[in-house]
Design a protein. Structure first.
Length: 110
């Protein structure tokens, strides 16, 4: 009973050597494409992040500027002078600076 030979009538299944080599070539090509595209994608992500950061900084600056423009001319007391002056810095073009003046600390003076 122990020496009885059992034979199975089923066909062996698996991948042939050619199929394995073809799949290895295809996966190598895909891997090389991924390696080639990865630096390009990281550069694009960095550029988008820089543009996003620039947008945030510009928005913050514009909000501060808007606040100052809205406050220009405000005086808690009797302020003397002009609240808006257009002038130029030494060495720059005429009318290149705008001075917005308001009573920042509520002491009645510009």
């Amino acid at each position: 009973m122990l020496n009885k030979h059992i034979s199975f009538n089923c066909k062996q299944q698996g991948f042939s050597l050619i199929e394995v080599l073809i799949s290895l070539i295809i996966s190598s090509i895909v891997f090389l494409a991924i390696i080639t595209l990865y630096p390009l994608l990281t550069q694009q992500i960095n550029r988008l992040y820089q543009a996003y950061h620039l947008d945030i900084v510009a928005r913050q600056f514009l909000l501060m500027l808007e606040k100052d423009v809205r406050r220009s001319g405000y005086c808690f007391g009797d302020c003397v002078g002009v609240a808006l002056k257009i002038s130029e810095k030494r060495g720059e073009a005429k009318h290149s600076c705008i001075h917005l003046i308001y009573d920042y600390n509520l002491d009645g003076k510009w």
